[in-house]
Design a binder for this molecule. Structure first.
Ligand code: PLP
Ligand code: ZN
Length: 407
């Protein structure tokens, strides 16, 4: 039993029944799931959640699904107090939400678990997605678990680790000669013609809700309080908006006292249309042609850019772009201070955090959560320059001659 009420247009407010649709007929804006919060409030409590499974599904009452879920063990990931990194950056209360340790190594398992559950509820024969890399693996894995066929579309230049990471689950894997924005356009056409559940197209309103669990989990792990500051990488901008929605719901349901969280987003400078709009003070996110090694967040025409911009502004947060050099340095700094190997999107988070702390936009005493949304081993090539081993003969003499005693 769920507390889902309707789909609601984010712009004109028109309501639609719970169906696999994502755009408003009247104004073509995005649809969002709305709930009966009165009824939900009576059903949920901190204690009930604490007694739930050690996965994102402990928050099932706050998610738009009806029955049995497709769960590959997603969520309940560590929130690590990052004292070493905090000391480097001048932040006394820094936490890392390590979502690298999800089953397919990125936070995408959260939205996909909800979307594939919904695909089965709606009776789709196949599950599909347009992906920058991480989503492909997640959709393929969930389809395997659900025993459904999967069609995953990625740009032709996706990193080898991401291709293999999807291929292992044996989906129909399609590489498209074009950018992610081209992949997305093609998938919108395919979705019109074929009766498949595209997790980030016709199932997008449900898919989006899965990212709320990032906000819920962090608040619960902090002893039921919202952070002062959050920093998260934005591609389409969708998950950033849903972390904000999730925190707001906790306050509405009386699970946290208040939410005064400043929401900061980061993008790679080579694909930063949301940051550009933020800095220009406009409402319009103008499309760009992506050019960055951070391929998982290389979206030139972000579907939820407008809403992400609003969240950054309304929450008193911000938006920060970082160069490829900065984000690579961010990956190394995170690994070498906290022992966490993030992919390029995580490097962008750390690099942006460094800039925001240095400029005083995030203050030393503010409780800050940095979301690390994808794992490094999938994009190893970005930091291959770190491999500089000493090569020795298998003798003590050779070891001492070449390496020497260093401590
Ligand atoms: C690792 C990682 N972080 C963040 C994002 C951003 O997601 P969104 O499109 O919701 O902004 C993505 C998107 O693919 C991703 O792969
Ligand atoms: Zn509308």
């Amino acid at each position: 039993m769920s507390y889902t009420r309707a789909l609601r247009c984010r712009k004109c407010g028109q309501e639609y029944p719970i169906k696999p649709i994502n755009l408003c007929d009247s104004c073509l804006s995005a649809l969002e799931v709305s709930y009966d919060y009165e009824a939900m409030r009576k059903a949920v409590s901190r204690e009930k959640i604490a007694g739930g499974p050690h996965s994102m599904w402990r928050y099932q009452d706050l998610l738009p699904v009806e029955g049995e879920v497709i769960d590959i063990g997603t969520g309940f990931t560590p929130l690590v107090k990052a004292d070493n990194l905090g000391a480097e950056l001048g932040l006394d209360q820094l936490y890392i939400k390590n979502d690298c340790v999800n089953p397919t190594y990125s936070f995408k398992d959260r939205p996909v678990s909800v979307a594939t559950t919904k695909a089965r509820e709606f009776g789709f024969r196949a599950i599909a997605c347009a992906s920058t890399g991480n989503l492909a693996a997640s959709v393929a894995a969930h389809a395997a678990k659900a025993k459904m066929p999967a069609y995953v579309f990625v740009p032709h230049n996706v990193e080898p680790g991401k291709l293999i990471g999807a291929a292992i689950y044996n989906p129909v894997l399609i590489t498209v000669n074009g950018s992610y924005d081209d992949v997305n356009r093609l998938c919108a056409e395919v979705a019109q013609k074929y009766n498949w559940g595209f997790v980030n197209i016709n199932l997008r309103p449900y898919y989006a809700e899965g990212s709320k669990t990032l906000g819920y989990e962090v608040a619960e792990q902090l002893g039921w309080r919202a952070p002062d500051c959050v920093i998260h990488p934005a591609a389409s901008g969708l998950s950033f908006t849903r972390i904000w929605k999730g925190l707001g719901e906790l306050a509405m349901l009386g699970l946290v006292e208040q939410v005064n969280t400043h929401m900061f987003l980061t993008q790679a400078a080579g694909a930063s249309p949301i940051v550009t709009a933020f800095q220009a003070g406009t409402q319009h996110v103008l499309p760009v042609k992506p050019d960055t090694i951070a391929k998982s967040i290389a979206i030139g025409n972000p579907a939820d850019g407008y809403y992400a911009l609003q969240v950054a502004r309304q929450s008193g947060g911000g938006a920060c772009a970082v160069s490829d050099e900065e984000l690579i340095a961010g990956m190394k700094l995170l690994a070498q201070t906290e022992g966490i190997f993030a992919e390029a999107a995580g490097g962008a988070v750390i690099a942006a955090l460094k800039n925001l702390a240095a400029s005083g936009a995030i203050k030393r005493n503010e409780l800050t959560v940095a979301f690390i949304t994808g794992a490094g081993p999938r994009t190893q090539e970005t930091v291959a320059d770190m491999v500089k081993p000493f090569t020795v003969q298998p003798s003590l003499e050779s070891f001492e001659e070449i390496v020497g005693v260093r401590v």
